[in-house]
Design a protein around this ligand. Structure first.
Ligand code: SF4
Length: 193
């Protein structure tokens, strides 16, 4: 598998926000979102045993497999190997590829505006939906995906004044639409990875 990086931090977003986690960032994606900040080219080839061993050097209740698009590479045997190390396995996906059956928690962050002809949504259910709120567009509920939780995450524009306004508007949106919860990127607030 091509691995971008493996590191230990706090989950900064969504349901497990604040939870110690090992992040396994797999390389490559089938989409080309203009705002993507992932270095798709930086990678190292590792087998599943080496990935599980690298993750296992840290103590954390969850391993978060992310990308890129992790579903391009993630296998049920890697999920099992992470289970054997004591991790609950969470995956963050764009929802265009099927996932191994034994994943414990699925976060879907659809990028339907940027689907090319080679990518179509396939995921019909997930544990949580994460939608970025830009302060301009009404959040899409992606009602074709059955989810337990809907998280609205203020867009990070790089402008602190604009970010504060968007965060306030996102909070107000959740108050007016209580099926949504606010997700703050606490790793950015804490200035950690
Ligand atoms: S789906 Fe995510 S990783 Fe893939 S290009 Fe879009 S933002 Fe980047």
């Amino acid at each position: 598998m091509l691995v971008n990086e493996i590191f230990h931090s706090l989950q900064g977003e969504g349901h497990f926000s604040g939870t110690p986690a090992v992040f396994i960032r797999l390389s490559g994606c089938n989409l080309h979102c203009p705002f993507c900040d992932t270095e798709h080219e930086a990678n190292e080839s590792m087998d599943e045993a080496a990935i599980a061993e690298a993750a296992g050097q840290w103590k954390a209740p969850i391993a978060v497999v992310t990308g890129g698009e992790p579903a391009l590479q993630l296998t049920a045997t890697l999920v099992d190997a992470l289970h054997d190390r004591g991790f609950k396995v969470c995956v963050e996906t764009n929802g265009t590829r099927p996932l191994p059956h034994n994943v414990d928690w699925v976060t879907v962050s659809p990028k339907d505006l940027f689907l090319g002809p080679e990518a179509a949504p396939v995921l019909t259910k997930a544990d949580e939906l994460k939608v970025v709120y830009d302060g301009i567009h009404e959040p899409d509920t992606y009602s074709h995906i059955a989810v337990r939780y809907r998280y609205l995450q203020p867009c990070d524009t790089g402008d602190p004044v604009r970010n504060a306004a968007i965060t306030r508007e996102a909070a107000d949106y959740c108050l007016a639409h209580p099926e949504w919860r606010l997700s703050l990127q606490i790793h950015k607030i804490l200035n950690i990875k």
